[in-house]
Write a new protein. Structure first.
Length: 138
């Protein structure tokens, strides 16, 4: 049975029921996927930076001078970059940062013509299981 509308008499008891107030608004925000409490703050947009020197390179995420995530590779001399490892700090785990690093490596590969050889198990899984990325494999 639906509750009576505010200001109407209850059919059972003939008494005036008080008007219901709206439930309190939740404190926090909704990011389109997950509801967060007011103590959680959305992670500021983390930029992926590419650095390369001496045949080695990395795609990095840093904040305040601290390296929080990286995808490291080395050049093999045959126009390929061997992806050796991907590492993401505990603070950023579960936020898709590792995938963003792989995506940055793919974009670099396509623009530079360097083929990728994933040795890192995470990068290997992403690159070999997504048909749209197979063009960068060397």
């Amino acid at each position: 049975m639906l509750p009576p509308l505010p200001g109407h008499r209850s059919p059972c008891f003939g008494i005036e029921l008080p008007a219901r107030s709206a439930p309190p608004a939740p404190v926090g925000y909704f990011d389109g996927m997950v509801a967060h409490t007011e103590t959680e703050k959305p992670e500021p947009e983390l930029a992926v930076r590419h650095a390369e020197a001496g045949g080695e390179g990395a795609f990095l995420v840093e904040r305040d001078g601290e390296r929080l995530a990286e995808l490291a590779y080395r050049r093999d001399g045959a126009g390929r970059a061997v992806i050796e490892h991907t590492n993401v700090s505990e603070a950023l785990r579960g936020q898709g940062v590792a995938r963003r690093l792989v995506d940055a490596a793919v974009a670099w590969s396509r623009s530079s013509g360097v083929k990728l050889v994933p040795v890192c198990t995470y990068a290997k899984k992403v690159l070999e299981h997504d048909p749209g990325l197979r063009d960068v494999l060397g």
